[in-house]
Design a protein around this ligand. Structure first.
Ligand code: PHE
Length: 451
């Protein structure tokens, strides 16, 4: 078996971890939730959850990963041998597989829209709702895009930690930031942009009900990739000089900024075309926005063309840097646990995810009738991970670091052997021991009761 990989630089660590966090969750799911749930009021609740619940989980994952230098399953075995904690590791691998399966389906749709934009097909004035529904119900096309997207992910992961994940994150993330910057410029220059901004920035607290609070925490965990051991796997490749708390803070900051900035792209754009609704749910990006691009194209063709192409390329890049991290959870586990070469392990994961993803993709078409508890595969995988595995994983991870690991070992990791701020470390230990597990537990139980 080859030696364990390792990230080569601090910037590489931040960009790879931020790459995992920034994804469809920021650009597709976040604006959808903001549009439905009270604009800035939702953003405020969300930011609170990021600070007090998701950040402590991320720091805990970093502690487990770096202290154990192992994949998610072996991490618990190394730090707490012979105890049932290892189940939390297995849950993480399973959740990684489930998320990657349905995530790649949406990423595949994005790829289709990027190709359509490139070929100028989004500008011909169609019924975008009907086209989207026909596309996702097609028995073959979504599968072809799913396979193409998984192969892209595979190519990066198979190359290893430094040569694959770090190297690609280092150019994909800056490119992503540049595209966001250009798109905000395009969007803010559209007619009616002011109304979009007012909608985004005016808080409507009457919409913040219990189910909305549940969505906000689910969104925070999903967006920051915490609760399933993704960050455990990445942190197992960190060097000993990486400062864990500031790194986690940087990742949370970048992720939240990108999510809010996506609002600055989407809402002014949607408000620029009369009659479109921001409350379009998941169709916001695939049905509502093509109408915007189409209208922009009718006015100044090059603007419409560039706007739509860049937008879907942005979405695709963001999805890719995230899918790499989910793939890596499973690949690292198979590679290290079963002594299979990294390349072969990556193939196993890619094939299994293709099967899982195909079930999800076809649940919009030929497998529509096949439901479990009233949900098709796509909805089921999404439900299981967002409502179950991620919150439960968050509780277990913080309990493990807060109560099971030696306090001195945790302190050592948080302060890099006593060389960084102890005050910040103590504050985080308090959040990890009390605030995060209790907060997530209350919300988790209410979430299950509400079903
Ligand atoms: N954080 C990613 C996003 O926002 C999704 C993700 C979830 C990635 C879980 C890895 C693990 O799109």
């Amino acid at each position: 078996m080859e030696g364990r990989g390792r990230f080569g630089s601090r910037i590489g660590v931040i960009l790879a971890s931020a790459g995992s966090a920034v994804g469809l969750g920021n650009i597709w799911r976040f604006p959808t939730e903001v549009g439905r749930n009270g604009g800035a009021a939702f953003i405020l609740v969300y930011v609170g959850f990021v600070l007090f619940l998701a950040l402590p989980v991320m720091v805990s994952e970093f502690v487990i990963g770096r202290a154990s230098k192992s994949n998610t399953v072996d991490a618990y075995r190394t730090l707490s041998p012979g105890t049932p904690w290892v189940v939390a590791g297995f849950m993480g691998v399973l959740a990684g597989f489930l998320v990657l399966s349905f995530y790649s389906v949406v990423a595949g749709w994005t790829m289709h829209y990027a190709v359509s934009s490139l070929l100028c097909q989004l500008s011909a004035g169609h019924d975008f709702g009907a086209e989207f529904n026909a596309f996702i119900a097609h028995p073959l096309l979504p599968l072809a895009y799913l396979a193409a997207f998984l192969l892209l992910t595979h190519m990066v992961v198979a190359r290893g930690v430094q040569e694959g994940i770090e190297r690609y994150s280092k150019w994909m993330m800056p490119l992503l930031f540049i595209i966001i910057f250009v798109l905000v410029g395009c969007s803010l220059n559209m007619p009616g942009a002011g109304d979009g901004l007012r909608f985004l920035l005016r808080p409507d607290f009457s919409k913040v009900t219990w189910p909305v609070i549940l969505s906000a925490i689910g969104q925070a965990f999903f967006s920051l990739s915490v609760g399933i051991g993704c960050m455990i796997t990445y942190a197992s490749y960190f060097g000993s000089s990486m400062r864990l708390v500031p790194s986690a803070m940087h990742v949370c900051l970048i992720d939240t900024l990108v999510a809010v900035t996506s609002g600055f792209i989407i809402f002014p754009a949607v408000f620029s075309v009369p009659g479109l609704s921001v409350d379009a749910g998941p169709g916001l990006v695939f049905i509502t926005l093509p109408n915007v691009f189409n209208a922009a194209f009718a006015q100044i063709p090059i603007v419409g063309y560039v706007f739509s192409l860049l937008f879907y390329v942005l979405l695709l890049l963001a999805a890719l840097t995230s899918s790499i991290s989910m793939h890596e959870i499973c690949t690292a586990f198979i590679h290290e646990k079963h002594g299979v070469s990294r390349c072969r392990a990556a193939w196993i994961v890619t094939l299994l995810c293709f099967i899982g993803g195909a079930a999800c993709a076809l649940s919009f078409g030929p497998l529509r009738e096949l439901t479990i508890h009233g949900m098709g595969f796509f909805a089921l995988f999404d439900y299981l991970t967002a409502k179950f595995f991620m919150p439960l994983g968050g509780i277990l991870i913080t309990l493990f670091v807060g109560w099971r690991m030696q306090r001195s070992q945790v302190m050592d990791e948080l302060t890099n052997g006593g060389t960084c701020s102890r005050i910040l470390a103590r504050l985080l230990i308090f959040l990890i021991r009390w605030v995060a597990p209790l907060g997530v537990c209350i919300i988790f139980i209410n979430g299950l009761r509400g079903e």
